[in-house]
Ligand binder design. Structure first.
Ligand code: ADP
Ligand code: MG
Length: 374
């Protein structure tokens, strides 16, 4: 057995790493360690003379958005702004705990960061000298799971809503027709008061119809008319439509449009998305603020990005997952359908929506796959 070289040995031989004087196994172990230490965020936590200390690697600093400095640090100072992780690390150390894949999350300025943590004690001559923690960030997985759940919820609600909306729309159309006839007959016969009532009823019916249309938009598989469109033109068009509304609320509208590839999509649908986001932004700011509409191309993801940013009160992170739910609203007269519709439409074009809110101010980014450069 020992005489037959393994494929690993042959491979290393080719690389010139096999032969007298080179201990392949040690080499492989050292290399594995080097690679692991470079990839996984790690921190070694230990106590010395009553002081609680730590040494981290660069990947750890990146995960926790700290500036990386090699060497020993005071752990309490390093984690002043993240007491959750501090108490987890210190608790594990003092209680001599060990675990694999412990789930933990914390709130970074722009988003929640989810991770799995392994903790192992390091012992020297049976003495516990400290604990090493290894982290794996799983935010992407969690995001995927919540997206899938949302899509599932949306399709159930959507199917129900479509059925109901469809049934209500037909009788609504006849009621509207009769009221219009009545309203016409009431003109000129001294029935002024009655005419005003029918007109009010008509307005209310129009509101219901608008709601039904939105529900159908959310639920029904709409027929899209796909075209190669210039995103900047659309942002300008829809932005203009809302400028007067913005002015009334003393909101300044700013455009930052970069040159971006064209995108294949349905113009009307996309205008609906922009309209919903802009309306939300204006509603969030109430009186005074800045609405920024911008576009850019994100080369590493190969996505055209359209951003609608406001200086409103922001969205607390515990609502992050709920705002896209159909019927979720915090407004007295809201329908809670705006963002659900946006998401549905954007998904239809192979894109997605990203929301960031940093204490105050909110940015909705629509990421779309480009069709081609002009
Ligand atoms: N720009 C924003 N700033 C703050 N909160 C927002 C913003 N956009 C959306 N939201 C929150 O998301 C909720 C859902 O929005 P939406 O689906 O458009 O429904 P609606 O506008 O009818 O409430 C809003 O009620 C609000 O709480
Ligand atoms: Mg809305």
């Amino acid at each position: 057995m020992a005489d037959t070289p393994s494929s690993m040995q042959l491979f290393l031989e080719k690389l010139g790493l096999q032969g007298p004087g080179v201990d392949i196994r040690n080499f492989a172990v050292m290399e594995t360690l080097r690679i692991t230490v470079n990839i996984y965020p790690m921190v070694f936590v230990f106590q010395q003379d009553e002081k609680l200390l730590m040494e981290m690697n660069a990947a750890f600093a990146e995960l926790f958005e700290m500036s990386y400095s090699p060497g020993i640090l005071d752990i309490k100072k390093a984690f002043e702004s993240n007491p959750g992780i501090l108490s987890l690390l210190l608790g594990t150390l003092s209680e001599k705990k060990e675990y694999i894949s412990h789930f933990h999350y914390f709130e970074r300025i722009d988003r929640l960061v989810y991770m799995l943590i392994d903790a192992q004690m390091i012992k020297k001559d049976e003495l516990h000298i400290g604990t090493v923690f290894i982290f794996r960030e799983i935010s992407n997985l969690i995001q995927l799971e919540t997206d899938l759940l949302r899509i599932d919820r949306l399709s159930t609600i959507g199917k129900m809503a479509a059925g109901i909306a469809h049934e209500i729309r037909n009788p609504m159309t006849s009621i509207r027709g009769f009221l219009q006839m009545l309203s016409r007959d009431l003109i000129g016969n001294n029935w002024g008061k009655q005419k005003a009532y029918t007109d009010l009823a008509l307005q209310e019916i129009d509101r219901v119809n608008e709601l039904l249309n939105q529900l159908l938009l959310l639920a029904k598989p709409v027929e899209f008319v796909l075209k190669d469109v210039d995103i900047n033109e659309m942002v300008k068009d829809v932005g203009k439509l809302h400028e007067s509304d913005a002015i009334i609320h003393q909101i300044h509208v700013k455009y930052r449009l970069a040159s971006v590839p064209r995108v294949k999509m349905d113009e009307n649908m996309f205008k609906q998305v922009l309209t919903n986001l802009i309306r939300n932004a204006i509603e969030a700011m109430e009186d005074s603020g800045e609405l920024k509409l911008s576009t850019h191309y994100e080369a590493d993801k190969d996505k055209v990005v359209v951003e609608v940013a406001d200086t409103g009160p922001g969205i607390p992170s515990y609502l992050n997952d709920r705002i896209f739910d159909a019927f979720f609203t915090t407004k007295e007269h809201g329908t809670g359908l705006g963002l659900a519709i946006c998401q549905r439409i954007v998904h239809e074009f192979g894109g997605h929506i990203r929301m960031t809110s940093k204490g105050y101010g909110t940015t909705f980014a629509i990421l779309l796959p480009p069709s081609a450069w002009e």
